[in-house]
Ligand binder design. Structure first.
Ligand SMILES: C[S@@+](CC[C@H](N)C(=O)[O-])C[C@H]1O[C@@H](n2cnc3c(N)ncnc32)[C@H](O)[C@@H]1O
Length: 252
């Protein structure tokens, strides 16, 4: 088990004891880093709602929601039809079993491609999104939809986390992220969270240019042990890379 923690007591208890018992696809390594960022946002006074598109049974959603500040809520959006229709019941039961009170989260059974930013804003009680995990249909079309759905609602210092970037099974998916950077020149790749395994693949973290330096500094300091110091070459700036076992190829 990789020795990594978010520094948030409730999130870390869940990551240590229960995270891998719940069915799901996101790595514990990534959940700890995202949990840290949610904690850090709270410390910095960055308030808003937490969101996930593609909750499945709630493995990653619960890690996020345990980091909610007192007046905040989390929203989980899923079609809840895969692998069968009882998945929403399992999601809600898992939230209850892991301490997410029913008034702290919204379960929204919907196809994200049928949701407008205005409808999502209403469900968020007009509050901005400070952290969102996008993990729905792994197609460029759906990822593009989901990115454009959340971007107008993102807090100025908000973070978008994209699942399964650079996954061998979805080589085209990262293309949607790079097209997004062309359409939104104010957005930056903050960090690549490397894979633990083929079923716990890399994630991209995205934020506005104005927030980049602070988040990158925080990540490099807090997760120095996992920092691949060459970083990721974004042809104009460097994104942070965090990987379970950083090392360079021997050349001599
Ligand atoms: C890979 S699973 C999510 C795993 C989960 N986030 C985790 O880390 O354990 C993908 C989920 O996205 C949902 N999904 C796929 N396309 C969707 C869409 N267009 N709108 C909403 N949910 C969708 C599926 O029903 C499925 O539950």
């Amino acid at each position: 088990m990789i020795d990594i923690a978010s520094g948030h007591a409730a999130i870390d208890r869940y990551l240590a004891n229960d995270y891998e018992r719940l069915r799901g696809m996101s790595s514990r390594f990534a959940a700890a880093i995202c949990g840290y960022l949610i904690r850090r946002q709270s410390e910095l006074g960055i308030g808003g709602e937490l969101a996930e598109i593609g909750t499945f049974e709630g493995r990653f959603f619960i890690a996020m929601a345990l980091g909610l500040a007192p007046d905040e809520k989390a929203i989980g959006i899923d079609r809840f039809d895969w692998p069968n229709t009882s998945v929403e019941g399992r999601f809600i039961a898992s939230c209850a079993a892991h301490g997410i009170a029913s008034d702290r989260f919204v379960s929204w059974k919907a196809d994200s491609r049928e949701i407008t930013p205005d409808a999502l804003k209403d469900r968020l009680a007009q509050r901005p999104i400070r952290f969102v995990h996008i993990d729905s249909h792994h197609s460029r079309e759906c990822l593009t939809n989901d990115l454009e759905l959340v971007t107008p609602l993102l807090h100025r210092d908000g973070i978008i986390c994209l699942d399964d970037m650079l996954h061998p099974g979805y080589p085209m998916l990262a293309g949607a992220a790079f097209d997004y950077f062309v359409r939104h020149p104010e957005m930056r790749l903050l960090c690549v969270i490397d894979r633990e395994d083929i079923v716990a693949a890399p994630k991209f973290l995205i934020c506005r240019d104005s927030a980049l330096e602070r988040y990158q500094g925080d990540l490099m300091k807090t997760f120095a042990r996992f920092h691949f110091t060459l970083g990721a070459d974004m042809e104009g700036y460097i994104a942070v890379v965090l990987t379970p076992q950083p090392r360079l190829a021997a050349v001599e």
